[in-house]
Design a protein. Structure first.
Length: 122
């Protein structure tokens, strides 16, 4: 009987490990890639692609720096993420998000100017 219980426990652990792996895959599947820049010190907003998605005003996004798009600053990322709420529109922006200076500084060195990001809607 002890061996039977041990086998069931091993099967249960495999199921738990599978479910955890599945949850990690699902959470990363919702992230999208893009770019970000910043405006002095206030202002900013999303590109038309984000703004046009079901009226982005008021929606919140978590943004994480993943690298540089500027060869002069090869490692700009701080390793942190920033949550932003959309309250403006940047129709002329060539990046996915134009952040305010303070939000950009949380995730990257300001000298980078433009970075690659991962983002997801909260």
């Amino acid at each position: 009987m002890f061996i039977f219980e041990f086998r069931n426990m091993a099967a249960s652990m495999k199921i738990v490990a599978f479910m955890v792996s599945l949850m990690v895959l699902i959470s990363t599947a919702h992230s999208e890639s893009g770019t970000a820049s910043y405006s002095q010190p206030l202002g900013g907003g999303p590109s038309p692609a984000i703004w046009g998605r079901n009226g982005a005003c008021g929606k919140r996004y978590r943004i994480t720096c993943t690298g540089s798009s500027n060869p002069g600053t090869p490692n700009p990322c701080t390793g942190r993420s920033v949550d932003v709420q959309i309250d403006d529109f940047c129709p002329a922006c060539e990046t996915t998000f134009d952040l305010n200076q303070n939000a950009f500084a949380v995730i990257a060195n300001l000298d980078a100017g433009r970075i690659t990001i991962q983002y997801n809607q909260l």
